[in-house]
Design a protein around this ligand. Sequence first.
Ligand code: GNR
Ligand code: NI
Length: 172
Amino acid sequence: MTRLTILEYPDPRLRTRAAPVTQVDDSIRQLVADLFETMYAAPGIGLAATQVNVHQRVLVADVSEDKNQPVALINPEIIAADGAEITEEGCLSVPGYFDRVERPNHIRVRALNLQGEVFEMEAQGLLAVCIQHEMDHLQGKLFVDYLSELKRSRLRKRAQKQRRQEPEHAAL
Ligand code: GNR
Ligand code: NI
C-alpha cells in the first residue's frame, strides 16, 4: 500500500472528469487499497480518486467512529435521493475550510464492488453526504462550488497565497 499525495484547491487537475472503470482488475484493487491508506492517514471520512490525480470513477469512504466500516464504490450512480439536510462539510483538497452545504440525506447507490459485480446500497446521514461529496469530485466538482461567489473568491485568494508560500508551488 502507498500513501498518495492529495491535490489541493485551486489545482486545475481537481476539475478533471473521471472516466468509468472498464475492468475491475488488480490495478483497481491496488488503487482502492491506496485510497483507503491515504484517507485513513489524512485523516478523512472519504476520498475520491480525482483527489490523488487518478481520473477513474473510484471512491472510498468510512464514516464510522472506529474506522472499521470501509465502503469502496466503483462507477457509482445515485439511483434515488430524498430528504434534505445541511451539513458542515470540509474537504482534504480544501484544507482548513468548512462550510454548510445542503444535500439529500438519503440516497440509493448502484456501483461495482472489488469483484466487478453490480451491487446496490442505501446510505443516510453523514455517509449519504460523504458519497455525494466524493461523487462530485469524480465530476470535477468541489463543495466550495455550492457557496457564494464572494466566499469562493476569498477562499481562492487565500489558497493561492498559501500555495505560493510552499516551495513546491512557488511558480504559481
Ligand atoms: O474528511 C472529510 N470530511 C467530510 C465532512 C463533511 C462532509 C464531507 C466530508 S469528505 C472529507 C474528505 C474529502 O475531502 N473527501 O473528498
Ligand atoms: Ni473532498
